[in-house]
Design a protein around this ligand. Structure first.
Ligand code: SF4
Length: 337
């Protein structure tokens, strides 16, 4: 259970044992081992992007440290930290699931996430381990960029998509990420602020991580303050690790490329996304930049198109007569010269 502290099985176990820790007890010395592991979970998410799996760790410590970490992250109330933590925990789960017993994947899929999944199907063949109903499949695979996840490229029988164990683990990773993120977003449940002894260190690391994103990883030759609001919103979402629609990705990538941001810098920008695949992202960015495929250098979609897809925010008066985000940037950037 310590490996999968988010599952229904773990929650039932805690309810059965009526196990809880009062917030005021968190700083007591007997709980230091739990709070230390909780803090390390969060710091690892900021520094490495994945929470370590410690196979020899006492399951009770893993279960409790996960709950305490969730509490601290939700209470700090920072969307970048929430996304980053959810993703790092989900990546840890994927690393364990891909080599865990087939039975274990099945149990988590059914009991915790209510997936309509089968272990046996006619014509399964040796290469497949599961068959997942296409509704559950699409709910998790739609954000993946790799063509192998497209429904047209899958073996589909009677509404079920055939999957290997590794693919099932990857889809579960996405489900776990969404599950943790949705729990963390329910900040209404947090009525107490965690003791500063627990949260101060994390806030410091969060500030450092943020600065690293702002000053080291992001475009150096672009003036962010001159982005129109539509692009700024897409950009902020990517930095926070949130997903963009296909058009959103295209608009942001074409915009950045056209204002002089390099392919490497754009690829780095997308690294926070849960489905990040460097090879695939690089290929797509190079394609848009015209160095691959049709050699066409694409421009961002016009404002009319962005408006039709709900991506135009029209927040400022200067946007009123703008036809393309690049025009806005070009005008605005002159005011910084
Ligand atoms: S008018 Fe154009 S530049 Fe301005 S927010 Fe809308 S889409 Fe972006």
């Amino acid at each position: 259970m310590g490996k999968y502290p988010f599952t229904k099985e773990t929650q039932d176990y805690r309810l059965l044992r009526q196990n809880y820790i009062a917030e005021e007890d968190l700083l007591k010395s007997e709980f230091t081992i739990l709070t230390d592991r909780a803090k390390s979970r969060i710091l690892q998410s900021l520094e490495k992007g994945i929470v370590d799996f410690l196979p020899d760790m006492d399951p009770e410590i893993e279960i409790w440290s996960f709950s305490i970490a969730m509490y601290i992250v939700a209470a700090i109330g920072d969307s970048y930290l929430r996304r980053r933590y959810a993703l790092a925990e989900a990546k840890r789960v994927y690393e364990i699931l891909r080599t865990d017993q087939r039975e274990r994947l099945f149990k988590i899929a059914v009991e915790t996430f209510n997936w309509n999944i089968k272990k046996e199907m006619p014509n399964f063949g040796e290469q497949y381990d599961f068959a997942l109903h296409f509704v559950n499949y699409l709910a998790n695979a739609l954000i993946f960029q790799d063509d192998r996840w497209k429904l047209v490229n899958r073996l589909l029988t009677n509404s079920y998509v055939f999957l290997t164990r590794e693919e099932t683990a990857r889809l579960l990773e996405e489900e776990v990420r969404k599950f943790i993120e949705s729990r963390l977003d329910k900040t209404d449940a947090i009525i107490h602020i965690p003791p500063s002894e627990l949260s101060d260190e994390i806030r410091r690391h969060l500030d450092l991580a943020r600065k690293k994103v702002e000053y080291e990883e992001l475009p150096k030759n672009a003036i962010i303050e001159a982005y129109p609001s539509c692009i700024r919103q897409l950009y902020d979402h990517v930095v926070a690790g949130q997903h963009l629609s296909h058009l959103g990705r295209f608009a942001l990538t074409t915009f950045l490329f056209n204002i002089g941001v390099t392919v490497d810098e754009i690829v780095k920008l997308f690294a926070n996304q849960s489905d990040f695949n460097e090879k695939m992202t690089r290929y797509q960015v190079e394609h848009i930049a015209g160095s691959k495929g049709s050699k066409t250098k694409y421009k961002p979609p016009n404002c009319d198109t962005l408006r039709t897809h709900g991506l135009c925010l029209l927040r400022v008066e200067e946007c009123r007569k703008i036809k393309n985000p690049l025009v806005y940037y070009g005008r605005k950037v002159r005011t910084y010269g």
